[in-house]
Design a protein around this ligand. Structure first.
Ligand code: ADP
Length: 284
């Protein structure tokens, strides 16, 4: 599989000026609480949470299964409305999904009846861009994720890793200021996953956009993030906010460094203790 990521500097005709990008993607979560259902069926998914994510930051949300990671991410995406508090992106309250917040899911969620090129061009087309612009944007992002040769294929003809690269390209084709990723590499084999992580870091360093990435994989979180937010067992809240001091560009060999191992131990201890709490809650 081609894992080459083409430099964006000269390749993105519609890319906003880097300065503009650097100033965008500021996420503020103010006293957000999320409860599903009502009365006796009420299920508190996220406890009162506040967060400030600076433009261009790469943040991973790490926590045991069912702790509310996706729910918190979905509140930034605008798919879930907080029961209390608010989410602001660049000072604007989130009231629903928007093209400035790209989303990538674990399931590739591509349109199976559209070609790879059409999938990537979908957002720009809906935004009213001309067919020449859509085609140019699709070509740019196809090249960027190393899939130009597959432009006219359909999603089912591509491997899982390739489909996820299309998913990322499709999200980026809207030129979002924030990229939200919900366990995007969870369905991939270990080798492909590592390659995808490296590709994602290359894209992120070129774009400089804010990334919020949900995972339950400690190694993945530390390898990718500037900052790892650890969530408690359900109902979820942020119990730790860890700075990752590893230099960039990151290299998989860093996983054996003392800093990596020390952070990994902190995260694993917290996840283990929170998973145990979740297990006890389920069996009460
Ligand atoms: P995680 O991403 O950490 O695995 P989720 O955010 O998916 O956790 O889920 C947190 C809790 O919220 C779980 O108890 C889950 O069942 C519940 N939940 C998530 N989405 C919904 C929904 N749309 N309606 C009702 N409950 C939900």
């Amino acid at each position: 599989m081609n894992n080459q990521v083409v430099s964006l500097k000269e390749h993105i005709p519609h890319r906003p000026a880097p300065k503009a990008l650097q100033d965008c993607g500021h996420i503020v979560i103010e006293d957000v609480e999320i409860v599903f259902g009502k009365g006796t069926d009420a299920n508190q998914a996220v406890k009162k949470t506040s967060l400030d994510i600076t433009p261009g930051e790469f943040v991973c949300i790490l926590g045991p299964s069912g702790c509310g990671k996706s729910t918190l991410l979905n509140s930034i995406a605008g798919y879930v409305t907080p029961s209390r508090g608010s989410v602001l992106v660049d000072g604007v309250k989130v009231t629903g999904p928007g093209p400035e917040r790209g989303m990538v899911f674990q399931q590739y969620s591509l349109f199976p009846w559209k070609t790879i090129r059409e999938n990537i061009a979908f957002g720009p087309k809906v935004a009213g861009r001309s067919s020449v612009e859509c085609s140019s944007i699709a070509n740019t992002f196809l090249e960027m994720v190393g899939l130009s040769k597959f432009a006219d294929k359909y999603p089912a003809e591509l491997s899982g890793g390739m489909q996820q690269r299309v998913g990322i390209a499709r999200a980026l084709a809207n030129y979002p200021s924030v990229l939200l990723m919900d366990e995007p590499f969870g369905a991939l084999d270990a080798q492909t996953r590592l390659m995808m992580q490296e590709n994602l870091l290359s894209l992120w360093s070129e774009f400089g956009i804010t990334v919020v990435f949900v995972t339950h994989d400690v190694d993945e979180a530390i390898f990718l993030a500037d900052r790892v937010l650890v969530m408690s067992a359900s109902p979820g809240s942020i119990i730790d906010d860890l700075h990752v001091p590893l230099p960039r560009p990151r290299d998989p060999a860093m996983a054996t460094s003392a800093e990596f191992m020390a952070l990994k131990k902190i995260c694993l201890d917290q996840i283990r203790s929170e998973s145990l709490k979740a297990f006890e809650q389920q069996n009460r």
